[in-house]
Design a protein around this ligand. Structure first.
Ligand SMILES: [Zn+2]
Length: 132
């Protein structure tokens, strides 16, 4: 299913530049190993120190509640494929959370500036909690 993941999509680029403008530093398309020896999970934007993994989810591939559609043609095929994507998303969320990561999922339709603001808030919270 990695074949679905297109690198450097427009929403990803917009989010990354919004994060850069806020002076945040991060890794792009960075693999995270939830357990030693486990298969790495690639997140779109990764803050390694704060352990925050950001995924930019496409509305179609990740079945956005507002824009997700199921093609009428080959509907069985598509339903199965999109269900598998959802199951994989939830599995990754769980594996990462168990490994102490905070997972942020941003829809491609979300305003990148707002999303960057949410991420910055989250990073500030996590550094505050580390400091105290
Ligand atoms: Zn959407």
């Amino acid at each position: 299913m990695q074949g679905n993941r297109r690198r450097d999509t427009k929403p990803e680029k917009l989010l990354r530049s919004a994060l850069h403008e806020r002076g945040l530093r991060f890794r792009v398309d960075h693999p995270i190993r939830p357990q030693p020896g486990a298969r790495p999970i690639r997140a779109d934007v990764v803050f390694t120190r704060a352990r925050v993994a950001v995924f930019v989810d496409g509305c179609f591939w990740h079945s956005c509640p507002d824009h997700g559609t199921r093609p009428a043609r080959n509907s069985e095929y598509w339903t199965a494929k999109l269900e598998r994507n959802l199951a994989r998303d939830r599995r990754y969320d769980k594996l990462l959370a168990e490994a102490g990561w905070t997972v942020v999922r941003i829809w491609e339709h979300q305003d990148p500036l707002e999303a960057a603001g949410q991420i910055e808030d989250l990073l500030q919270e996590s550094t505050t909690s580390l400091a105290t």
